[in-house]
Ligand binder design. Structure first.
Ligand SMILES: [Zn+2]
Ligand SMILES: [Zn+2]
Length: 248
């Protein structure tokens, strides 16, 4: 193709694209925000709050106070999680909650690079970042997958795998129970809802493998804990959980 023609075609395609998808923030719908910004303007981004120390050493719940030593929250003192530690990048509130909801239930995939970026920046700060053997997404049940057409945890895990050079294993853990949504359940109900929901297929070996388990949101930790339980029962080494957001 003639070199002079190429930019013209690109310009024409850009104009068409901008006609159908103008460069506006898809959250506030007021400010400009390009594809490179995942269509979230700087103003809306500034409302996303990072999860910061001090945190419970195990479940990663943030504590609003002045603690400089390692500590365990009341929940972790009374209940033993199967994962070794859980951490999240940002708080599940406001703008971020809307973005996650639309990404997950309305297929607003243009938000995905922002979610991946938050996760990658959070994970880079952890000392274990290069010690995992595999990245494993929290699986969806087959029926839910057909309904939703994609598993958000799997998409995030694939992007992390590209960023950290760690293999993603999305068949390592399967969801054998089509559980009801955890959103409106109490902590106790969430736990029994996901009990026995996951297993590692017999033909798969996870013995001694250190796993980075990925999900979009950590609320009570019931789902990721149940996944970690299945992985540990099958012989996994340590299981660390990372989620984009933390319900606090
Ligand atoms: Zn905005
Ligand atoms: Zn805790």
């Amino acid at each position: 193709m003639n070199r002079k023609v190429k930019p013209t075609i690109k310009w024409f395609l850009d104009v068409c694209l901008h006609f159908f998808y103008p460069d506006f923030c898809q959250v506030c719908r007021k400010n400009r925000a390009s594809h490179e910004l995942s269509y979230v303007c700087l103003g809306c981004r500034s409302e996303i709050t990072k999860v910061q120390e001090p945190l419970c050493g195990i479940c990663g719940t943030p504590f609003d106070g002045e603690i400089t030593t390692k500590f365990e929250c009341g929940n972790c003192r009374s209940f033993e999680f199967s994962f070794d530690q859980a951490r999240s990048a940002v708080r599940a509130e406001g703008v971020l909650l809307e973005i996650l909801h639309r990404y997950k239930y309305e297929k607003a995939h243009w938000f995905e690079p922002l979610l991946v970026d938050l996760l990658v920046k959070g994970i880079r700060k952890t000392p274990n970042a290069t010690l995992w053997d595999w990245v494993v997404p929290v699986p969806l049940h087959g029926l839910k997958l057909r309904e939703r057409e994609f598993n958000q945890a799997e998409r995030l895990a694939v992007s992390l795998s590209d960023n950290f050079g760690i293999s993603v294993k999305n068949k390592l853990l399967i969801r054998v129970k089509d559980t009801e949504s955890q959103t409106r359940l109490t902590k106790k109900e969430r736990k029994s809802n996901v009990s026995g929901a996951f297993l590692v297929p017999l033909e798969v070996s996870v013995i001694g493998r250190n796993i980075l388990l990925i999900d979009d949101v950590f609320t009570t930790g019931s789902t990721t804990d149940e996944c970690a339980k299945a992985l540990k029962s099958a012989g996994a080494g340590y299981v660390d959980v990372w989620t984009v957001a933390r319900g606090v």
